[in-house]
Design a protein around this ligand. Structure first.
Ligand code: MF3
Ligand code: CO
Length: 248
């Protein structure tokens, strides 16, 4: 069931998402070669709990950490580890979720560590810009297929591919609510968005094939061809004339 939120609910979601945004800003500042992904996870966990919020990923379907940290060919849901070191030249996707007074925030960024290849740099930029290409057309009455189409066309025009196996989602009292929000689609198709619906739009963009596979840890999603992938996500509310991005 797709719900619309009240103005008060949206303000609580803004608070949850501001905590997520601040956590991502802090990680961007702290991330350095030689750190482990577990150390980054601890920074995220401590910051979120210090804001009187709950790290929503911890324990979600048994997920063992507060952050998802996915390096290079890892698309999403990389599990923080004390044995995984950050290195110069990597791109690191960090996904963070928090619950504040019962409402969820969810956002992700991809960071370049030191000097990275031109391809990786462009992948990060195209992924971020694909989100904004989608946002440009969003407002009440627009269909989910229009959004997916806008994101997909931009990504493909830049020579990259959009992951099909994972999608964005509605969000509110649950992290994952209806509807599903694909980053691909056909203009003129799908659910018509209404004011005060809240969704997480999260393009996952691969340098090569859009095919992915799941590692044996049961969580980490990697590109099928081993080429790099980037992720960019914000939670937003649909409005009469556009969107209100809650995690910016
Ligand atoms: N934040 C992810 C999403 O955007 C989901 C994280 S999965 C979890 O949908 F298990 F880590 F919570
Ligand atoms: Co999400």
């Amino acid at each position: 069931m797709v719900t619309v939120k009240t103005a008060q609910e949206i303000e609580l979601m803004r608070k949850a998402n501001q905590i997520v945004r601040e956590t991502l800003d802090l990680l961007e500042e702290k991330i350095k070669p030689g750190m482990t992904t577990k150390q980054l996870d601890k920074i995220a966990h401590d910051y979120i709990t210090g804001c009187n919020a709950i790290p929503s990923f911890l324990g979600y379907d048994g997920y063992p950490a507060s952050a998802c940290i996915s390096i290079d060919e890892e698309v999403v849901h990389g599990i923080p580890s004390p044995r995984r070191y950050i290195e110069e030249g990597q791109i690191v996707s960090v996904d963070i979720g928090s619950i504040y007074k019962g409402y969820n925030g969810d956002a992700a960024r991809t960071f370049a560590v030191g000097k990275v290849s031109e391809e990786k740099k462009r992948l990060i930029e195209v992924t971020k810009q694909s989100f904004f290409e989608g946002v440009k057309i969003l407002r009440e009455g627009v269909r989910l297929g229009d959004l997916g189409h806008a994101i997909q066309s931009y990504v493909e025009a830049n020579g990259f591919s959009v992951v099909r196996a994972l999608v964005g989602h509605g969000i509110g009292t649950d992290m994952h609510e209806d509807p599903e929000v694909p980053n691909y689609g056909k203009a003129g198709h799908g659910l018509r968005l209404r004011s005060n619906m809240t969704i997480a739009v999260e393009p996952m963009v691969n340098a090569g094939t859009y095919d992915v596979r799941l590692l044996d840890d049961g969580w980490t999603v990697v590109t099928a061809d081993g080429r790099p992938s980037a992720h960019y996500e914000n939670t937003l509310a649909i409005t009469e004339d556009g969107v209100d991005i809650l995690s910016l």
